[in-house]
Design a binder for this molecule. Sequence first.
Ligand code: ATP
Length: 333
Amino acid sequence: MRAMSSDDAVKQAVLQAIPPELSGMVRSVSMRDGVATVIADAGGLGRSAAAQLQRELEEAASPVAGVNEVRVALMADKVQRQIVVIGSGKGGVGKSTLTANLAVALAKSGRKVGVVDADIYGPSQSVLLNAADTKLRAEGKMLIPHESEYGVKMVSMGQLVEAGKAIAWRGPMVGSALGQLMEADWGETDLLLVDLPPGTGDVQLTMLQKFKPTGAVVVSTPQDLALIDATRAIDLFRQAQVPIVGIVENMSGYQCPSCGEVSEPFGQGGAEAAATAIEVPFLGHVPLAMEIRIASDDGKPPAASEGALGAPFAEIAAQLQQWLGQSAMNYTG
Ligand SMILES: Nc1ncnc2c1ncn2[C@@H]1O[C@H](COP(=O)(O)OP(=O)(O)OP(=O)(O)O)[C@@H](O)[C@H]1O
């Protein structure tokens, strides 16, 4: 029988010193030249719980005779994160409004969701998610997403630059800013919704090439011109081989707040017809409603309320969730 070395003896003493409630998480302990290396499983723990586990293991092992130094290595689950970009061919069609409300609706249904405001030239998510006065923290080079009051984590250029300051950046700077937002410390967040700038420029290309989104949602108003632009955005996603989740028609049908009459300032049903023509799914209509604009400007996403205004967003979010479930099954199966 091999005699127990002094390292073995110290290792046994370290194992005994670890409290029973932590020992289930310890995967291995090794001892060499007075250095105890403890490897523990921190899968499923948030940042602060993982930091606490690390501290408690260090405190347990340090007093053991023969231990001069304790090194704790934590293994984390690798989160399989899905990325959905929300795009439009043209500005002002409600892409940011839809992104924020889909995120809120998905968070309400239990999804761990984050929003990346990649609309670097006109960031608006910090207003929509009532985070206009927050600044982003960084640890080392990693940004720490802001936890909004709606259960949605977010990062936005709006939190990095002063409000109202125009951002005149060139391509490479845009690419590195986007990288920082996408590679923020997302922790357990397993779905990122990315609010793209309108059109087909640098940000979109970097996003598609570098981050390979799981899918794309395209927003359009019902007018012909917006639809032509939306079709262009769909072409770009198709060329980049990003699957199209579907088209959303925003601002369809306006109900007059005083007389209740419904009119169609931009027409109606155009996006649905276009979706059929270009063979992509149609995800639903969001009405043009003054309350949506007022609530959005006030940092109160309609999807957070139980009222009728939130219903279209909840329905579209449910379809997106179903699509993502299917996509994950295809991916693993
Ligand atoms: N369904 C709606 N009903 C009423 N107002 C809406 C609706 N959707 C969006 N809006 C309003 O229209 C304006 C533009 O919306 P939003 O910023 O979401 O569009 P966008 O496509 O992201 O624009 P940008 O090109 O600036 O990124 C905002 O003032 C928003 O509150």
